[in-house]
Design a protein around this ligand. Structure first.
Ligand code: OAD
Length: 229
């Protein structure tokens, strides 16, 4: 028998209890930087060294953090459900907790891409990117991150996945960044939606929406156990 489909949209909040800071909880600064300074093509043009250093630090941080109980709870869901994760996070904690189907809407820290040819992408693990590191065509490498103002190449795939959800779970995202925040609009009317966040974001009310005002680690393992019963 086909397993029911659970689609999970995650944001920075699911990794908060692993020790990775969220973007908008610290007064608009991301690890001390204006987001546009470190997450836009203009910021990279203005100061490539600063942007590379910034993501080199984020990448190094990956070796100091571990998946938490919320990440592992999503893995556990796979015993009874067809689970597809759509994450806005660039960390690799869903992979490290064993989840099978993951798409990274905003890119991945553990990859680098050519600054000129977006399709030239390289696995780099937690290694740094330096000025002078180039793609096979000789152009500077940059972080494999979807910056503000850039296309979200996996969006179409994400819309298709969201539209097939029997259950849609949203965890730890302020729902402020589009197009990702618009995915909820593609979820079928009769699908159940759960939202877990200590600060419930301001989204349009709709039938079948259940808000759980808790942290990911407090709220998700319980919800998963209920769904598995
Ligand atoms: P935000 O920082 O905007 O929102 C984080 C959300 O997590 C907020 O709603 C918090 O209330 C919630 N939160 C905080 N602690 C939590 C916890 N312990 N458990 C559960 N939730 C918690 O992060 P995102 O919505 O992910 O893009 O941001 C979206 C995008 O904006 C990011 O992917 C990033 C950023 O610019 C890029 O880097 C391209």
């Amino acid at each position: 028998m086909k397993k029911p489909k659970i689609v999970v949209l995650t944001g920075a909040g699911i990794s908060a209890e692993s020790g990775i800071k969220t973007f908008r909880d610290a007064g608009g600064l991301w690890e001390g930087h204006d987001i546009m300074e470190v997450a836009s093509p203009e910021g990279f043009m203005r100061n490539p060294q600063l942007v590379l250093d910034f993501y080199n630090q984020r990448r190094r941080q990956l070796s100091e953090v571990n998946p938490n109980a919320a990440h592992f709870a999503l893995k556990k869901l796979e015993t009874k459900f067809d689970v597809q994760i759509i994450t806005q996070n660039v960390d690799d904690l869903h992979e490290r907790s064993g989840s099978k189907k993951i798409i990274h809407l905003h890119g991945e820290l553990t990859k680098a891409r050519s600054s000129i040819y977006p399709k030239l992408v390289y696995e780099i693990g937690v290694k740094d990117i330096h000025i002078g590191d180039t793609c096979e065509k000789g152009f500077q490498l940059r972080p494999f991150i979807v910056w503000f103002g850039e296309n979200v190449p996996l969006m179409e795939k994400a819309v298709d996945i969201a539209s097939k959800a029997d259950i849609f779970i949203i965890i730890g995202t302020s729902m402020q960044v589009y197009p990702a925040a618009g995915l909820i609009n593609y979820v079928q009317k009769d699908a159940l939606i759960y939202l877990i966040d200590p600060q419930i974001p301001d989204i349009a009310p709709r039938e079948n929406l259940h808000c759980i005002q808790k942290s990911a680690v407090e709220g998700l393992p319980n919800l998963v156990d209920e769904l598995l019963e």
